[in-house]
Ligand binder design. Structure first.
Ligand SMILES: *Cc1c(COP(=O)(O)O)cnc(C)c1O
Length: 376
């Protein structure tokens, strides 16, 4: 068996054709494919506005920037995520406050959020870990009562649902990533969706140096040279050939989700009832998009199992090292020393098993059999 990576893009000849067509056209960036991709995302999610950018990290950054919060404001978030989540808070001279997670879903614990709200708290940044939606109703209520913005890092949960609604319709702004490990890819890429026009306008500026016109607006015989720079933005633009790939990938998203779900069910079946192994759950009112499949190894040495699985060409992984453990965070002087007991315990036990649409039932059997062989 060749090395099985834990995640991988799924790209076919049709995708490649779409990219090549754009490379032969007049516009390879700031052209018509950008808004076409954004429109398709809005159509899929049911959102009003979408701004596509060059990465999920950039999307997080401009979403936080668009809140226009006073320097030093606190944003409550989870430590059990990729560093980009809380880095976006630091980019904007704001303070991430890490609160503990629930064991079942590894999502931020609403009761812990309540305990950590101070006068400086201005927003909550949640992550749908592995794709499983957070307790959004409860968190929205907390946000409403305390007058906080809610931002959802949905880099794991594109296509997921919560109580019948698609992820992307709950928070003030929702962020997606199109990195090759995510549900659909543009190589690198990301997007913010929102139903708030004010945020939308700021996001557009923030993506393009803070300038109120893009290349297309200043092209052609009737166009003027003039433009204004209204805020300190960045160049976070995505290219047209990436968006062409994104448009075609989005058509296949529901199929990818079905494939992931089918493979996850096979794991659930093959790994059930094993002493000391806790399988991931999926609450009744959540449609789980299965970005990653993670299990908890309660009675085993996770690091040893990790090494043994890797030796057998199985690309297991660990999601995540709690963010407050990284030296930058420890030494920054900006963040209070932090210890979240559930996060620590889960970090010790968790392992990610390979899951992506390029795998089949035989892969899942091979992985499961080897895991059982190693732990017995
Ligand atoms: C992937 C990911 C990001 C960053 O997305 P990029 O497109 O790689 O910049 C942010 N948050 C989470 C939770 C992610 O998984």
């Amino acid at each position: 068996m060749d090395f099985i990576s834990y995640g991988r893009h799924t790209i076919d000849e049709d995708d490649i054709g779409c990219v090549v067509d754009v490379l032969r056209s007049n516009w390879i960036t700031t052209g018509p494919k950008i808004s076409e991709f954004e429109d398709e995302i809005n159509r899929y999610i049911g959102s009003k506005y979408c701004v596509a950018v060059n990465s999920g990290t950039s999307a997080l950054d401009i979403a936080i920037q668009s809140l226009s919060l006073p320097t030093g404001s606190e944003i409550i978030t989870t430590p059990f995520t990729f560093v980009a989540t809380s880095n976006s808070i630091l980019y904007n001279n704001l303070i991430p406050v890490f609160v503990d997670i629930e064991r079942e879903t590894r999502n931020i614990d609403p009761s812990e959020i309540k305990k950590c709200i101070t006068k400086k708290t201005k927003a909550i940044l949640i992550v749908d870990y592995a794709g499983h939606a957070c307790e959004i109703d409860e968190i929205k209520e907390i946000a409403k009562i305390n007058n906080l913005y809610l931002i959802e890092d949905a880099c794991h949960s594109m296509g997921g649902e919560y109580r019948g609604g698609k992820i992307g319709n709950f928070a003030d702004m929702t962020i997606f990533s199109f990195h090759p490990l995510k549900h659909i890819t543009t190589g690198e890429g990301g997007a913010v969706v929102t139903n708030n026009e004010e945020f939308y306008k700021r996001l557009l500026l923030a993506r393009n140096h803070g300038i109120d016109k893009d290349g297309k607006d200043r092209f052609g015989i009737d166009a003027d040279y003039a433009y204004d720079m209204k805020m300190l933005g960045r160049n976070y633009r995505i290219t047209d050939f990436q968006c062409a790939l994104g448009i075609n990938q989005l058509k296949k998203l529901d199929r990818f989700l079905r494939d992931r779900s089918r493979l996850a069910q096979i794991y659930n079946e093959l790994l059930k009832d094993i002493k000391g192994v806790e399988l991931p759950i999926s609450k009744k009112y959540v449609k789980h998009p299965w970005h990653i499949y993670t299990i908890l190894l309660k009675d085993y040495d996770r690091d040893k199992i990790f090494k043994d699985m890797r030796k057998r060409n199985i690309g297991v992984n660990v999601h995540y090292i709690p963010i407050y453990k990284f030296s930058y965070y420890k030494n920054s002087g900006k963040i209070d020393a932090c210890f979240c007991p559930n996060t620590e315990q889960i970090f010790k036990e968790i392992i990610t098993l390979p899951l992506h649409p390029g795998l089949n039932e035989d892969h899942i059997k091979y992985i499961s059999e080897n895991l059982l062989d190693i732990i017995k």
